[in-house]
Design a protein around this ligand. Structure first.
Ligand SMILES: O=C(O)[C@@H](CO)OP(=O)(O)O
Length: 341
């Protein structure tokens, strides 16, 4: 069974016929109007303010600061203004690159393990693949493997904006991370970290070897723990429980930004992303069992007219399927190319 292979191999092997392996080979397509990129680039135009920060950006764009890093997923954010210009926006999902425990084939869950060398390379390669897609905001989990992935991926982005982690643990952390240059503020991308996007909590399996666990409890039982929708591992979260916080956060915090015109990158985890994809692709609890995500492969969705549709996975910055069908996206790429000259 595919689920008992090491994850490193899983990314290389073809999935069995019944496995919904996403992303698949289809290239992404989508039309993103050029105006979206400019209108929603992080820019602060206040003529009065001589000091600016990414918090002004949040206020200006009606993003509730309490909601972006708070512990509760249920708090409703301020309603972001709908922009007539933002008829289409991009949503990129990336499962983190291989971690040191993926490499050792250990259940990881909420243990905060960094990327392996291979994971670092995967994150950089993911960044190369999405280097021509606009990104205005980044969401990651609170775990280092997702944050490393987002940051490493952004080193390849051709817009060359600097991703800046939003800190609002208390008033001082807000004040002390202020940026005092309008110009600099316009050249950063806010990175919002949220525990709700963390990997499912794997309970008493955390730190155990996946193969040995399957030998001990039986492949069927362990497959149920790993892939079923509502059977939790011992003292851990089922996918349904993980979805309760991850999808709620997505709906409350991310979707409104996306539909209001922000192009968004989410770097998260196998199961938090499976639950979000289940929501986006309207998969049933039976269908989600077969959904497997590879490490470090970006997946592109396009939000348009209140709907978010899957478009595929860019395989390189010039992926024909992503850019050729979309004159505006091609124009954006051209703009980046001119910028580099
Ligand atoms: O160990 C984990 O945290 C997850 C993802 O790596 O494993 P699984 O493939 O069982 O969801």
């Amino acid at each position: 069974m595919h689920v008992f292979r090491s994850e490193q191999r899983m990314t290389q092997l073809r999935p069995p016929k019944n496995v919904r392996h996403w992303p698949h080979s289809r290239d992404g397509v989508g039309v993103i109007p050029n105006s979206t990129f400019n209108a929603h680039a992080l820019r602060i135009n206040s003529s009065k303010a001589s000091e600016t920060s990414i918090f002004h950006f949040f206020r200006k764009n009606k993003i509730n600061l309490n909601s972006v890093t708070c512990a509760k997923s249920s708090s409703a954010p301020d309603e972001p203004k709908k922009s007539p210009k933002s008829s289409e926006t991009a949503l990129i999902l990336i499962r983190h690159g291989e971690s040191l425990w993926n490499q050792k084939n250990l259940f990881t869950g909420c243990v905060d393990v960094p990327l392996s060398r291979r994971g670092v390379d995967e994150a950089i390669e993911a960044g190369r693949r999405i280097s021509n897609i606009p990104i205005d905001m980044i969401y990651t989990s609170s775990l280092i493997r997702a944050q490393m992935t987002a940051m490493l991926a952004m080193t390849k982005h051709r817009k060359k904006k600097v991703p800046i982690v939003v800190h609002k643990e208390d008033d001082r952390s807000i004040a002390w991370s202020r940026i005092f240059s309008e110009q600099t503020s316009s050249e950063v991308i806010p990175v919002v970290t949220a525990w709700q996007l963390n990997e499912r909590m794997y309970g008493e399996l955390q730190g155990l070897n996946k193969k040995e666990t399957a030998e001990k409890y039986g492949k069927k039982k362990v497959h149920e723990w790993r892939r079923s929708y509502d059977i939790p591992p011992p003292n851990g979260e089922s996918l349904a429980m993980c979805a309760e916080r991850a999808v709620a956060y997505f709906k409350d915090q991310i979707e409104p930004q996306l539909l209001a015109g922000k192009n968004i990158l989410i770097a998260a985890h196998g199961n938090s992303l499976r639950s979000i994809i289940m929501h986006l692709d309207k998969l049933t609890s039976q269908e989600v069992i077969d959904l497997e995500l590879s490490t470090g492969i970006p997946m592109l969705y396009i939000a348009k007219g209140g709907k978010i549709s899957r478009r595929g996975s860019p395989t390189c910055p010039r992926t024909v399927g992503v850019y050729a069908y979309t004159s505006n996206l091609a124009r954006y790429r051209e703009l980046l190319e001119n910028m580099e000259e």
